[in-house]
Design a protein around this ligand. Sequence first.
Ligand SMILES: NC(=O)c1ccc[n+]([C@@H]2O[C@H](COP(=O)([O-])OP(=O)(O)OC[C@H]3O[C@@H](n4cnc5c(N)ncnc54)[C@H](OP(=O)(O)O)[C@@H]3O)[C@@H](O)[C@H]2O)c1
Length: 316
Amino acid sequence: MTWTQRLGAEHVRSSYHFNKRIVGSSQTPREGLFMIRALEQWFSAGPTRNFDHGAAAGSNSVMTGTEKVAVITGAGSGIGRHTAFALMREGYAVVLAGRGAERLRRTVEDMKGEKPAARVLAAVTDVTKPASVKALFDRIRGEFGRLDLLFNNAGVFRSGVPLEDVTFEDWNAVIGTNLTGAFLCTQEAFRIMKEQTPCGGRIINNGSVSAYVPRPFSAAYTASKHGITGLTKSTSLDGRPYDIACGQIDIGNAATDATERMKHGVPQANGTIAAEPTIDPADVARAIVYMASLPPDANVQFMTVMATKMPYIGRG
Ligand SMILES: NC(=O)c1ccc[n+]([C@@H]2O[C@H](COP(=O)([O-])OP(=O)(O)OC[C@H]3O[C@@H](n4cnc5c(N)ncnc54)[C@H](OP(=O)(O)O)[C@@H]3O)[C@@H](O)[C@H]2O)c1
């Protein structure tokens, strides 16, 4: 049952009890029944809100009330971009967040090229900055009045540097984006999801196979992704009273700009350099759509989607 159906059912249920009293007190049963029908129609129509399609479209439209609202961080490229398209095809209104305005604008334009009626909004955001994250979620609250799905996807990967040479700045940049950024977005999503009616929602964190096993010379990245696993578990636990589900997708070698070097050769645990197979990010996006599609009482806690023949199982 979608949130609007749940909302409609709740309203119809409560209006039924309310209206039973109206029927009882009205002059004629016919008048009372007419009022019940009118109220049920009004409630089952769901909320209607205005929101725009982002800088690319620049126009206002009316939300149908049947759409779920999703926000994706790092939506201008790679897995985030593929997921934005996949969720749009499932009928979601999608808010695309990221630092690069031009990347976001292009993605919105391409999405609207495929589906002109798509409800998409670009929001330039730096997830490492609390004020920027707050502005993103304030905008979501203002434009849509609710949030059904947060995909914490923004991430940076810096590797190839021996642990003792990782700079303080690089360490902080990786932890700040991959872990603190996800935490800040989760906090803001909680605030909306706890308050909305019906309350609840879903948060999907983008982990990695590095949340379990490191690559050589990847201390900051590996630490950030192990941290994400802790955040996922805490979010699941602390979200439970509010019907906020949280799951984690752990990807191995999806072909994006960030993994371009896999094709040419990357350091292995045994000291060699080897090219590794990659997979289509669209297959990762399909997994995220599946996780998002579950009803509120079901959750994929962890899911690994990886290149079948990558040297992960049996590493070391
Ligand atoms: N590809 C894989 O095989 C793989 C494997 C495991 C995990 N992952 C995870 O998947 C996620 C996406 O990676 P990808 O492969 O799709 O690489 P990508 O194309 O480089 O995507 C990363 C996105 O994060 C955004 N981003 C970076 N810093 C940000 C910040 N401070 N605020 C907001 N957005 C920021 C980037 O956009 P801007 O620069 O415009 O902000 C970019 O769109 C990452 O969390 C990564 O760790 C990927």
